[in-house]
Write a protein that binds this ligand. Structure first.
Ligand code: NAI
Length: 264
């Protein structure tokens, strides 16, 4: 299949690694890069969905696509992945640290174990990815780009999402610090900040300590407040590809995320 679309072959010959590629925004991002001619490594802790993403990426236009089953919060597993990628596939040109989990619950209903779990995946997963693959990029000396999926929650305080929002605020700052550090080496770093996007995370988030009915009511209320639509993950994927092409620093996606960013 020959890559078509807006960025047809824009990423031809490039190697793109996407974490959390088995579903939602990550899968759509793998497809967007596949469509633009990139070789794709789809990483997810769920092997079947990662394999499916790789298979579909090939059908869409990726000359080569592979699936890797890794938990991004597992430092050793990430080290192994980085070694394997460097030896078998090459140095990654674009890294998309996208894997993340949702967690809602008031501050005092969020247990220490919940805090740890969400920070392990949402923050440490990104740290491991940036350290390991960013280093390979820098050592190769031919530039590259890192995209981290933060969230509008990073700059929009919420009583219902203290741990999640904190993890994303950290990802946003990490991205900006790393951007400054790597600018001289031709490596761009972008933080993508979507608002409410229609994916599994928004339908299956675990509502620790929050009554499910109350949470439904809260979501309905914020849907009214922000005029939330069924914002598709494909549009976030487009924003991610654009962020790489234009080397954008912080990218709020979805209308309410843009609105909140202007006010922050
Ligand atoms: P999703 O639940 O559809 O996809 C997340 C994927 O990440 C899944 O395939 C899951 O298996 C994988 N994953 C989770 N933990 C992992 C781990 N430890 N190691 C490897 N893979 C792991 O959710 P969605 O919405 O596509 O989320 C992607 C990113 O976008 C997340 O970082 C999320 O926080 C962020 N985001 C999502 C928003 C939304 O409204 N859907 C809004 C703002 C940010």
């Amino acid at each position: 299949t020959v890559a078509t679309g807006k960025y047809a072959d824009r990423f031809g010959g490039q190697l793109v690694l996407v974490t959390g590629a088995g579903s939602g925004i990550g899968r759509a991002t793998a497809f967007a890069f596949a469509e633009a001619g990139a070789r794709v490594i789809a990483v997810d802790r769920d092997s079947e969905s990662a394999a499916r993403t790789a298979e579909m990426s090939r059908l869409i236009g990726s000359p080569e696509a592979w699936a890797e089953t890794v938990d991004v919060s597992d430092e050793q597993a990430m080290e192994k992945l980085a070694e394997k990628v460097a030896t078998e596939y090459g140095v990654v040109d674009v890294l998309v640290n996208n894997a993340g989990i949702g967690l809602s619950g008031s501050f005092f209903d969020t247990t220490a174990a919940d805090w740890k779990k969400v920070l392990d995946v949402n923050l440490w997963g990104v740290i491991h990815g940036c350290r390991l693959f960013g280093k390979q990029m820098a050592e190769r000396g031919q530039g590259g780009h890192i995209v981290n999926t933060a969230s509008a929650a990073a700059y929009q305080p919420s009583k219902a999402l203290p741990a999640y929002s904190t993890s994303k605020a950290a990802v946003l700052m990490l991205s900006e610090c790393l951007r400054a550090e790597l600018a001289g080496q031709g490596i761009g770093v972008s933080a993508i900040c979507p608002g409410f996007v229609n994916t599994n995370i928004t339908s299956t988030a675990r509502f620790a300590g929050v009554d499910a009915l109350e949470e439904k009511r809260r979501q309905k209320k914020s849907a009214r407040l922000y005029g939330l639509r069924n914002y598709p993950p494909e549009k976030v994927a487009d924003a991610i590809v654009r962020a790489v092409v234009r080397n954008q620093a912080v990218v709020p996606v979805t209308p309410e995320a843009r609105g909140a960013h202007l006010m922050s």
